[in-house]
Write a protein that binds this ligand. Structure first.
Ligand SMILES: [Mg+2]
Length: 266
């Protein structure tokens, strides 16, 4: 049976924003013949942008993984919530002093973007996915937030998928600071919010209605697409089930078993 909604997306969209885990791979395992599907999409003139909320890694680290899985092509790009946070700060808090709770990879990314990082008296605190988090960083961030620093979080995910038990992610740390200093972020950059969507769209020359967000999570990927005015494609190769797709308040324009299904319509 023909998937009319998927066919329409294949026909009308030029830019495919792809979530990674659950959408193109599961951990280290490609989903079906994804390499071939991606190649077919490029052949049909589609642009591929890999989009992730994970701000612990740099774009280069993701490119290395995608390359290892044969998912990478020079025409593709990678965008992380950490990159969106750096761009947001440049746009709206130019020249301000920033305290970053984040990995070395993100620190380098911020410095490359020309952001003035500091260890004392910041104007802005950025909470990213810091897999080298220490009590000292928590203590300092808490102090700066209590003293009124502007509060930016890279993304809201409570946990990060991992083999076995999932890892605590930024959303869990937001709860910690909510408890310790009674503050919620002034801005959250990643999915499902609009900061990362605005950043990506500025880099592309496509109108919103020709951009589609493809992902396996309803309340992050699909809600991100809707919040940003993009088209949406939910894939059932990861977290969301067919039943959730039908009953959730987050509705995707099209639903497919996996992204591989789109190859039929290109
Ligand atoms: Mg996912």
């Amino acid at each position: 049976m023909k998937n009319e909604n998927l066919a329409r997306i294949a026909r009308e969209c030029d830019v495919f924003l792809l979530d990674m885990d659950g959408t193109v791979y599961l951990g280290e395992r490609p989903i079906g013949d994804m390499q071939n599907t991606l190649q077919k999409m490029r052949g049909a003139g589609k642009s591929i942008v890999y989009l992730t909320n994970n701000s612990s890694k740099s774009a280069e680290e993701y490119i290395r993984k995608l390359d290892r899985l044969h998912f990478w092509d020079e025409r593709d790009s990678v965008y992380t919530s950490g990159m969106a946070a750096a761009e947001y700060l440049k746009e709206t808090h130019a020249g301000k002093r920033v305290y970053l709770v984040g990995t070395e990879a993100l620190r380098e990314e911020f410095l490359r973007a020309g952001i003035a990082l500091c260890e004392e008296s910041p104007d802005v605190c950025v909470l990213a996915y810091d897999t080298a988090l220490t009590f000292e960083k928590i203590r300092k961030c808490n102090e700066f937030l209590v003293k009124g620093a502007f509060y930016v979080a890279t993304h809201p995910d409570a946990v990060c998928p991992a083999d076995g038990v999932s890892w605590p992610d930024v959303g869990s740390f937001l709860k910690l600071f909510e408890t310790s200093c009674k503050r919620l972020p002034d801005v959250i950059c990643g999915k499902p919010y609009t900061v990362m969507g605005d950043c990506v769209r500025r880099k592309l020359s496509a109108p919103k209605e020709r951009i589609v967000m493809v992902g396996d999570r309803l309340n992050t990927d699909i809600r991100f697409g809707v919040n940003n005015g993009f088209r949406t494609l939910l894939v059932l190769s990861g977290e969301a089930t067919a039943e959730q797709a039908e009953t959730s308040c987050d509705r995707a324009e099209a639903v497919a078993e996996s992204l591989n299904e789109i190859a039929e319509y290109l």
